[in-house]
Design a protein around this ligand. Structure first.
Ligand code: FES
Length: 551
C-alpha cells in the first residue's frame, strides 16, 4: 500500500491505493482547508509534493491552479489520487488565520439592564432566577457573580463576549476563524457537508471546541468561575444555529426551505461547561435564510421603530436585506457566493495580514494600495477585490459588461495587463493579479445583492431616491467604502451620502437580548410580522439579476 508523509507535521501513514491526499490528510488529522467542499474549484487545498513523489493523478483540465504552480509540483489535495509513495507539504495557514481581522463591535443604543437571569440571597443560599422563576440554588452568597456569554456564530468568523449581568459591562471578548470553514466555505456548502455521514457531528464538534477555547480564554482573562455563567446567547444565521444546536440543517437547503428552529427559546447548554442551571438562548429566527443574526441587527438598528425608509444590508457570502418603511419590514436573502470573503478568486484570501484591502489609481495611472499589516500584498481580500474592480471600471480597463476593455488606457495600466495561462489578467504586483474569472465572481456577488435590494424596493413600491438611510452591517461590510459600493453598482447611485457602516450588529444585538429580557417577546412579535420574501418566487427576479450584473 502507498505511504504518505506529511512533511510539516512529521507524520506518515499507509493508505489504500486511490484515496485522495485530502482523505489521507483527514485520516492523519492534518488540517487542509476545503472551502469549495472538495469539488476542485477554489484551489485553496493546494499542497506541494516532495521531489520523490511522482505517482499522483492530477485532473489538470479541471484544476484552478496555474501552469506555473503545477510546474512547481503544486496539486489540489481534493483532486489528487495516491497510487504510490508521496511526500506532501501542506501550506501553513495558521499565522494567516491568527491575523484574521474580525470585527467584534456593532452599533447599538442605550437600554435598561434587565437580564433574564437574576440572583437573590436569602441568608443561607443564593437563588438563581430565570425570568423571575427559581431555577437553582448555590451555597452562600454568590449574588456578586452573575455572568452571561454572547456568541456571534458567523459562517466565517466567531466572536464571543463575556458580560457581567449585574452591570451590563463586557468584561472580555475573543474571536477566531470559524473552524468549520476548513470543511466548507459558505452556507450551502456547509449544509451539504452536514448531510454527509458524520458531517453534522464533525461541524458541531468544531464549533463546540472553538466555543470552549474562546470561553476559557475569557474566563482566565476576567478571572471568573465558569460555573457562574448562566446564559449563553447564540446569534447567527439559521444554518449556523442548526449546527450549533446539533440539528440537521439539510431541510434548509431544499424546497420548501423550512427551519426547524423558530428561535425565541432556550436550549440545553450541555457541553458548554457553564453552571448546571445554565441555558442557551436563541433569538427569534426570521426564516431559513434570514437568521437570528439579522433579528439582532433589526433590534439594535431599531428598524421596527424608526420613521422613513431604511435599507439594512448584511453583506457576506449570503447577503441578507431588510427594508423598513415606517416600522413595516420586509426581509430576504440572496446568495452572493464566497467572492466577498476572498474565496474562489485566483489570488484571493481572507482579510488577514498581507491582504490587499484597498486600491486606487491616480490620474497618471499610478497604482496605490493598502495592505493589512503593511508590506507587499500576498493576496486580495473581498474589500480589496471590490476596490480593484471598481477602480478598473472607473478608468476604463474593465468595460461596463465586465470584460477587460481593448486599447484605450494609459501606458502603465497597459503594462499591468498581461496573461496567465493564455488568459488576460491585471497585475498589481508580479504575484498578485485579478483575472477575467475573478471579475465575473465579483459581478455575480454584487449582482445578487443589488438584485435583492431592487426586488425588495419594488415589492414595497419604494424608489431609490426615497430611501433615507442605508445601514451596511457585518464584518466584511465594515471594511468597504461607499465609493466602491456605488462604483461597482452594488448599491444604486441614489444611495450616495446615505450609507452608514454599523459593524457587527449580530454581536451587539445578541448582547441586547442577553441584557434586557423585554426585547425577547418584543422581537418575537416583530419577526412574526416581517414579510419574508423568497427571491426565487418573485416575478421578474431573474431579469433583475441579469440587469444587475453590469457595471
Ligand atoms: S479545490 Fe480542493 S477544496 Fe476547493
Amino acid at each position: 500500500m502507498p505511504r504518505v508523509r506529511f512533511l510539516n507535521e512529521n507524520l506518515s501513514l499507509t493508505v489504500e491505493d486511490g484515496v485522495t491526499i485530502l482523505e489521507a490528510a483527514r485520516t492523519a488529522g492534518v488540517n487542509i482547508e476545503t472551502p469549495c467542499n472538495a469539488i476542485g474549484l477554489c484551489g485553496k487545498c493546494r499542497v506541494k509534493l516532495g521531489s520523490a513523489s511522482s505517482t499522483v493523478d492530477i485532473d489538470s483540465q479541471k484544476s484552478p491552479l496555474s501552469k506555473a504552480e503545477s510546474a512547481r509540483t503544486y496539486v489540489l489535495a481534493c483532486q489528487s489520487a495516491i497510487h504510490g509513495d508521496v511526500d506532501v507539504l501542506v501550506e501553513d495557514r495558521s499565522a494567516e488565520n491568527r491575523s484574521l481581522r474580525i470585527l467584534s463591535e456593532g452599533s447599538s443604543f442605550s437600554y435598561e439592564v434587565k437580564p433574564f437571569i437574576t440572583k437573590r440571597f436569602n441568608g443561607h443560599v443564593t437563588e438563581i432566577l430565570g425570568g423571575g422563576i427559581p431555577i437553582g440554588e448555590e451555597d452562600g452568597d454568590t449574588t456578586e457573580e452573575c455572568y452571561g456569554v454572547v456568541v456571534d456564530i458567523g459562517t466565517t468568523t466567531l466572536v464571543a463576549s463575556l458580560i457581567d449581568l449585574k452591570t451590563g459591562e463586557e468584561i472580555a471578548t475573543e474571536s477566531m476563524l470559524n473552524p468549520q470553514s476548513a470543511y466548507a466555505q459558505d452556507v450551502l456548502a456547509r449544509i451539504n457537508f452536514a448531510s454527509c455521514p458524520d458531517g453534522l457531528a464533525t461541524l458541531r464538534r468544531c464549533f463546540i471546541e472553538a466555543y470552549l477555547t474562546m470561553s476559557k480564554a475569557m474566563y482566565e482573562h476576567a478571572v471568573i468561575d465558569p460555573m457562574r455563567v448562566y446564559e449563553v446567547v447564540f446569534s447567527g444565521n439559521t444554518t449556523m444555529l442548526h449546527i450549533a444546536c446539533g440539528l440537521d440543517p439539510s431541510p434548509l437547503g431544499r424546497y420548501p426551505y423550512i427551519s426547524k428552529l423558530g428561535g425565541g427559546e432556550h436550549m440545553n447548554a450541555e457541553g458548554l461547561h457553564i453552571s448546571p442551571f445554565g441555558r442557551i438562548y436563541l433569538p427569534p429566527v426570521i426564516s431559513a435564510f434570514v437568521g437570528a443574526d439579522i433579528t439582532s441587527g433589526t433590534l439594535v438598528s431599531r428598524l421596527d421603530e424608526i420613521e422613513g425608509i431604511t435599507a439594512f444590508i448584511d453583506v457576506g457570502t449570503n447577503g441578507e436585506i431588510v427594508l423598513a418603511r415606517d416600522g413595516v419590514l420586509s426581509a430576504t436573502s440572496t446568495a452572493a457566493g464566497p467572492a466577498f470573503e476572498g474565496m474562489n478568486i485566483a489570488r484571493g484570501m481572507r482579510a488577514a495580514r498581507g491582504a490587499l484591502e484597498s486600491f486606487a489609481i491616480g490620474a497618471d495611472g499610478e497604482i496605490s494600495c493598502s495592505v493589512i499589516g503593511g508590506g507587499e500584498p500576498i493576496g486580495i481580500c473581498g474589500s480589496g477585490l471590490l476596490d480593484v474592480v471598481g477602480e478598473l471600471v472607473r478608468v476604463g480597463v474593465i468595460g461596463k459588461n465586465g470584460r477587460f476593455a481593448e486599447g484605450h488606457h494609459n501606458e502603465s495600466l497597459k503594462k499591468a495587463l498581461r496573461s496567465v495561462d493564455g488568459k488576460r489578467a491585471f497585475f498589481i504586483t508580479d504575484e498578485v493579479y485579478i483575472t477575467q474569472r475573478d471579475i465575473r465572481q465579483a459581478q455575480l456577488a454584487k449582482g445578487a445583492v443589488r438584485a435583492g435590494v431592487e426586488a425588495l424596493m419594488s415589492r414595497l413600491g419604494v424608489s431609490d431616491d426615497s430611501v433615507d438611510r442605508v445601514l451596511i452591517a457585518g464584518s466584511f461590510g465594515y471594511h468597504l467604502n461607499e465609493r466602491s459600493l456605488l462604483e461597482i453598482g452594488l448599491l444604486p447611485s441614489a444611495f450616495a451620502g446615505k450609507v452608514l457602516f454599523v459593524g457587527n450588529t449580530s454581536q451587539s444585538g445578541g448582547t441586547a437580548f442577553l441584557l434586557n429580557t423585554d426585547f425577547r417577546e418584543r422581537m418575537k412579535d416583530v419577526v412574526g410580522r416581517i414579510d419574508k420574501i423568497e427571491l426565487a418566487n418573485e416575478p421578474g427576479f431573474e431579469k433583475l439579476f441579469v440587469n444587475s450584473l453590469g457595471f
